[in-house]
Each structure stands twice: as C-alpha cells, then as structure tokens.
Design a binder for this molecule. Sequence first.
Ligand code: SF4
Length: 359
Amino acid sequence: MTLPGVKSGAAHAGRICGGRVTPAAPATPAGTGRFFSNDFPAYIVCMKWKHLFGPVPSRRLGVSLGIDLTPQKACTLNCVYCECGKTDRLTLERKEYTPTGEVMEELRAFLSTSPDLDAVTFSGSGEPTLHSGFGEIIAMLKTEFPQYRVVMLTNSTLLHLPEVRAGLMPTDLVVPSLDAVSEEAYRRINRPVRGISSATLLEGLTEFCDVFRGETWLEVFMIHGINDTPEELALFRKVFERLRVSRIQLNALDRPGAVDWVAPIPRENLVAIAQQLGDRVEVVAKPVLRQRCSAFDDNVRDRILSTIRVRPSTLDDLAITLGLHVLDIGKYLDVLIGEGVVEQMKGERGMFYAAASEE
Ligand code: SF4
C-alpha cells in the first residue's frame, strides 16, 4: 500500500466489530494524515466525514476504510471484552441509525478519488447489521466500486433473519463471531439482548455459511476461565466440524475491555488452544508493526505521544483532543503498546495511556 501519510484494527483490537462510543468526538476526517498530501484533492482535505473513519491498518485486512453505521453503539450484545465500553442501546430493532443516503454520498466522495485500500469494512461502533440500509450500501459499493473488497464484521446475532442474509450476499468477506456454544458461557461473555441465544445464533450462522459464496472468517474471542475450559472446547470442536467457513481465528484482548476481570490471554496459550481445536484454527496476527505498514502515519503517532507525554489520557480523551475516530486511535495504540513506547494504567475514568519512560 502506498497511501502517503496514512497508517494502520476495526477490527476489534478487542474485537473487530467493536467500536467505542465517543459522543463528543468530532467527526473523523477520513485519511487524516494524508490531508496535506498532493495525492488527494482539496475537497478531501476540507471534508469532515461523519460515517467513515481511517483508513487504518488492520492486522487481518490490510489498509481498511471503516464505515460506522451505528455510532450510538447500538448493539444486540454487551460483550465483556468490548473496547467500546458498555452498550448504550442494547436492542434488536433494525432501523436506519444513520441516513443511508448520507453514508453512500460519503463513500462516493471518498472512493471516487481512487484511494489505495485493501478493504472497505463495515465495523465501527455497535452491530452493523442492525442498520436497515446496510444491504443497499453494500450493493452500491459492489456496483459502483467493484475494485474494492467489501468486508462485514458482524456478531452473527441477526444471521437468522433472511433479509440480513440477503443483504450480505454480495460481500466479499464476512467475519462473523462466535464466542461460545453453551448458553451459559454465551450469556456470561456476550450478555445478549432478550431474544438472542447461542442456539439462534448458531442456527443463523450455519444457514448463512451454507449459502454464502464469499469468504467467511469465523472469529472466536477467548476469555480465560469461561470459553477455554475442556467442556467448552469440546463443544467448539463439534460445531467447527460442521461449519462451512474459510478460516477460524482466535482472538483475545490487547487492551482493556468493558469489564475489569477480563484479562489478556498470552499468545502462547492461544496457540495451544488453537492446536486443540483442530487444523483449521489459527490465532489472529499480532498488531501491524508500523515498519511493515506504509499506511502508518508518523504525524498521528507523534501527536498521540506528544499528548500523553504531557498528560496520560483515556482513549476517548485522545479521540476528542486529536479529532480522530476512537477506532483510529485504538489502532495506533495497539501498535505503540506493541512497540513498548506506550503503557497502560488504570484510573478513575477507566484505562489511561501514558508514554513509557524510555520513550
Ligand atoms: S458485538 Fe460485542 S464487541 Fe462488538 S460492538 Fe457489540 S458489544 Fe462490542
């Protein structure tokens, strides 16, 4: 990728689909960091994007432009590991959380400049398939910009609905999640809205995978002591034998989630669990290192470091201060933590990020 000045998540550094709620944050100028590049027309420099964020370097998707359809963090789940914190609107209601036409206009404006992207990804805050217009947006992307790979990150809870499955059909890659098979573990990890169970999820997921012709990468978020017990792993193995998916990937927290007791699982433990679950199961790659990602914007990196050198900040503080989407900041923090130049500490308002002493 050769995007000048832009860099590397939605995927959930916790989970991909997860976004954080940043009510006071300014709309993200997509491609911040390229703003002063000669490669982009002037209107891109001036335009504020309400529904797009990034492009960010994602560990699995390359350089990805994010679409946030449910910024109020409307979700069918309230996962304990969600990096967006608590779900504001725990709901099953499908509706136009953001105007479909407005999202399509932003996408047309951005993509008509032929940006160098690996993917256009529905992620952001909340569950994208709750948006009643997501299918229309996917259809527009595949008709008007077929050169871009369209990716949907979903928590799988609405796949039992025929209209949701139909809307997803033109997508190139769907990344559905399944964190537990037993009802008890599912409730403890995902804390679903009334009306959603692991049984309905599995039914919809299986039906979708049977008919979908694009790629499907199943994501499993591992929580120590809940879904990594021998009993739960045995249930996973059974389900994996039946599911028609291209890949099965294990993920775990890099940064704090919605509750304190969810701790990161060491990578070597994840690898051991993957081996127990079968040949098709792999561990999600480590965060993209900036040296390997031309989309990493050193200007954004420096602004983050300058800010937290003066005052340790929460993710939301940084998003507001720097005028970036919270998911953009999160991806940079993943990289900077991985490089050892940023450290985390708990405070009254949540997790704070500070410059490590050697930086
Ligand atoms: S599915 Fe879970 S991780 Fe994703 S946005 Fe909803 S609560 Fe967060």
